[in-house]
Design a protein. Sequence first.
Length: 202
Amino acid sequence: MRPIIPKSPEVPKEFSDKEISFLTKSVFGKIIEPQSCDVLFVFSGTHPGHWEKAIEAYQKGYVRRIIVTGGRSLTGTPHPDWNGHTEAEVIIQHLLAAGIPEEAIKSESSSSNTLENVLFAKEIFDFNTVESVMFICKSHATGRQWRTLAQHLPKHLRYIPYTFNAFYKFIDDFCIIPAYIAEEINHFSNLITRMEQFVIER
């Protein structure tokens, strides 16, 4: 991953309770119980949580219509098994495989970041026709993505987050990568180690 904003900036040694509360709300947003909404907005991403939570929300009856966003991230690492497909295309494949009807899904596959997810979605869906939006994203991105929706979509809309936790593995102090890539690197590293041991023994 090549983040534009550092993922691990220097952290002050001490925070007041007020500062901790402010940062927590800014990052994770408000806690709101899931409830029925007019449409589901799926932010782009390669983590399985993006389609797993979308499928869950549909199967639980929270939504009947789904907006899927995502082209190719400019800062993320392409999934090795996706064969050039966009993030939206892969998410939709999983939704269809889970039995969600194609007519329930609208999508855009040109966006490369959170802002574009929202702006490009406006081109394929009229948000003035709905009152409530449930949105899927990583838990630690909830606040930022909620604010992006509120900033650029009609002001009357009500938002319900439906999020998932994502975990990253640190390769060193300067690099954070998705877990599936870390697993491949670890597997390759172990393979090299075994090969070196074989050569030494021979």
